[in-house]
Design a protein around this ligand. Sequence first.
Ligand code: ISL
Ligand code: CA
Length: 556
Amino acid sequence: MDPRESIVYQIWPRSFYDSNGDGIGDLPGVAAKLDYLHELGVDTVWLSPIFPSPNNDYGYDISDYRAVSPEFGTMEDFEALVARAGERKIKILLDLVPNHTSDRHAWFQAALADPESKYRDYYIFRKGKNDGPPNNWMSFFGGSAWTKDEKSGEYYLTSFTPQQCDLNWENAGLRAEMYDMMRFWMDKGIGGFRIDVVNLLKKPEGLPDKDPHKRGLQFPGKLTTAQPGIHEILREMNEEVFSKYPDCLTVGEGCLVGIEDVPDFTSPERRELTMMFHFDLATLGCGPLGKYDFRKLYRFTTLEFKRVSDAWQLEMQRANGWVGNYLSNHDQPRQLDRFGSVDERFRRASAKALCLYNMTLRGTPFIYQGEECGMTNLALEPHEWKDFEALNSFKLLQSMMHVPKALATKIVKRATRDNARTPVQWDGGRNAGFTTGTPWLRVNPNHTTVNIQDDMTHMDSIVGFYKRAIALRKEHSALVWGEYAPVDRDNPRVIAYTRAQAGGERLLVVINLTGKSAKARLPEKKGAECLLYTHSSRPLAAEVLLLPYEGLVYKL
Ligand code: ISL
Ligand code: CA
């Protein structure tokens, strides 16, 4: 199978399913739910990092690339999971975090202990400037991107938390070790990798200040996310690893990557990555500084959503690029809070509408755990926040941006990644069936009504709709490969498009993305078959009045 045809389900293992009652989801927990995932219809499961980690950034700070975190199980558990998934024709993707290791990693410990060690150059150590860090870069999570090594007086680059030390991909020895580690996992039979902040691997020559004329810390932006030399690294990685394994799927997280950049990473003839994520929907309604930049109040119109969506669809098609489409993941608030409705009147309908959208786009659909039963944000209280980004942003909002505490609390409650990380709601019982122990993060009390088990028996089941939408995509290759063409483009509420395959089918998708009824102007075709609907089947007409969040697919 061409890996672009995959349907991927993302698991954030810590909150998926706990098999041993310690309150932390684990690998046997994933294995226990394989039948559920198989019935859903997904063929690929991406596991967020499962490696040993001190959890300053919940697994994205890795202290050993070649082992399984004891919190999640053993290597035998992992191998058993791959085997059992394989029996169901499900591939496992691992999360590769090549930009940085934890400061607990043996390489970094060696680099600290002895500045002459070869491992010093695995990282990015520099002398300070004017009693401060080597340059003015701001970390992704706020504060300086540099951390001081008190022993040598030098600084090392930490683009995320101060405990995540950026690796130096200019070092050939480091690159060779990384490729070897990647083959180690591929040889265990995995299907490929999701690659964390892949565009950050190439740093600019000389690590110059960003906007040197400006005072204070500056977010380096394109200076670190768009260095042309990144492509040499990826071509080498492809040659050394991916090309050796047929059908290997690689999805790069192109942190804040530009639409003009993605084709170069993903056109098959360039032999780099299979696909990339983009951030332009995730950041809709945010200010230039991202999720915690509340100045636009997270407000956006459906027309703005459509413009971004169309732009990516059309540009990837024109330039032969490929994206992984998603509306939520472990870094973003729940998709219903962002793009749908959490109002009980519309929760189910909007969950289905968003599913229908994701399953009918050009690109590869990614589903995030729990979205298939319509999970929503949980407004956790400040003392419950676990996410470093949230805690740090809470401080910075108040100290640097002078936001009053009450408003800062409101912003963080809404933006924190903890929203996506509350345990999966399997049933309406104690701890939502996630654990028999004490969950590491509070379970959303709405699990008594919002949960997978009850949903599956509901006549208006969201899970049931996911199954149908996934099956539809599998049956109609036009949904994967067909040409994308927008319909009724200026409609302020309804998104509509056709997917047409040369010599094959032509399908029409129409979705009301709002909580108000809306008219859509559609191409006429007598006797068009209605293949899938969120509410009920209806005949195609030149003008249809759609209910809130109603969506349909027709075969023209
Ligand atoms: O989540 C974000 C903003 O709130 C993003 O900017 C995010 O930090 C960025 O996409 C990188 O994310 C990835 O790498 C991080 C890790 O914390 C995230 O969980 C991961 O998805 C550092 O490894
Ligand atoms: Ca456990």
